[in-house]
Ligand binder design. Structure first.
Ligand code: TYM
Length: 329
């Protein structure tokens, strides 16, 4: 059986990008593989937050995992900071991670641009912590969106480098995974780029029907096609891409045909899109609203996950320490 792992940073809410790029794959994978899913609370500290926000956001992501259909009996669902073994592996991998290769990662370069006043060492070594998350359970597959591809490449580098340096075969080389052929990049509603938390261009899983409608109606479009069979520009391609995820194929085909014939009315497209997004997120939103009030369930889920995750993590760490030459006490 393959081992699958993935994580989500606790930023309080999840958007359609998180859902279609990651979470939906998690739900399917738990039926066939040995799955570890977690809340990456350490990772979220690279952007400084308040303690109240962090605690609250972790609870909300735990509730969203459950609401989306992660089953704590089938999967191991835990909070990163509950598993101290990850930190020890992170320290050991840091000794094998070269500063040059970390400085060259796209996400690090992006962050430098976004938060020039807070370029901390945690940002630089973010991929090392991520590799530790993945390799602490010796995972084979990591369901993630397209934006995480480079991090997976580094996880493979550290797995290989560790095995070579210490002449062992402890770690597999993990691969990014999506049920479709390619990793997914869900676009935002602002006409360009991916849907993101900091971009403010997304639909959240807890948005009400009214909020969804307002956001979709405001989505960027253009002046419309001027001649038959023109390829649509990026903002329209993006709306079609979201429609492909949430609407029946006939609906998408119908609007694409109208576009090709220059008869499309963007208002109609948006109304339909808002309705289909709502139909897709409504069950998650409703379950979330119940689960978030169920403190006992959230606590129990975290405690069960912690125990299962630590059992797996400590078995790996025992072998790692031996390989490195740290003597057993
Ligand atoms: P995070 O919290 O930014 O995002 C969680 C997951 O959602 C995916 N995603 C998207 N997929 C498609 N289109 C989008 N617009 C979009 N936006 C986000 C992300 O690719 C991700 O799969 N570094 C990770 C968290 C992490 C992790 C790990 C993941 C920490 N350790 C170990 C896997 C394995 C992150 O920041 O994800």
């Amino acid at each position: 059986m393959s081992i699958v792992l993935s994580g989500i940073r606790p930023t309080g809410n999840l958007h359609l990008g998180n859902y279609f790029g990651a979470l939906l794959n998690f739900v399917k994978l738990q039926e066939r593989d040995s799955c570890f899913f977690f809340i990456a609370d350490y990772h979220s500290l690279t952007t400084h937050t308040t303690p109240e926000n962090l605690t609250n956001n972790v609870r909300r992501i735990m509730a969203l995992y459950l609401a989306a259909g992660i089953h704590p009996e089938k999967s191991t669902l835990y909070i990163q900071s509950d598993v101290p073994e990850i930190c020890e592996l992170y320290l050991l991998f840091n000794m094998l991670a070269y500063v040059g290769e970390l400085e060259r990662t796209t996400t690090f370069k992006d962050k430098i641009r976004l938060q020039p006043g807070n370029i901390n060492a945690g940002l630089l070594t973010y991929p090392v912590l991520m590799a530790s998350d993945i390799l602490i359970h010796r995972s084979h597959y990591v369901p993630v969106g397209k934006d995480q591809e480079q991090h997976l490449e580094l996880a493979r580098v550290y797995a290989r480098r560790f095995n070579n340096t210490y002449r062992c075969e402890i770690f597999p080389e993990p691969e990014a995974f999506n049920f479709g052929a390619n990793l997914v990049k869900v676009p935002g509603l602002d006409g360009t780029g991916k849907m993101g938390k900091s971009e403010g261009n997304g639909i959240y899983l807890t948005d009400t029907p009214d909020e969804i409608r307002k956001k979709v109606m405001k989505a960027v479009t253009d002046a419309g096609p001027t001649a038959p069979d023109q390829p649509p520009a990026e903002p329209i391609r993006n709306l079609f891409a979201i429609m492909e995820l949430v609407s029946p194929p006939e609906t998408l085909a119908c609007f694409k045909e109208q576009y090709a014939q220059c008869t499309i009315r963007y208002g109609d497209l948006k109304k339909q899109l808002a309705e289909d997004i709502n139909a897709c997120v409504a069950p998650v939103r409703e379950r979330f609203n119940d689960i978030i009030r169920n403190e006992a369930l959230l606590k129990k889920t975290a405690a069960t996950g912690r125990e299962k995750a630590r059992a797996s993590a400590s078995a790996t760490l025992k072998e790692v320490r031996k390989a490195v030459g740290i003597s057993e006490k």
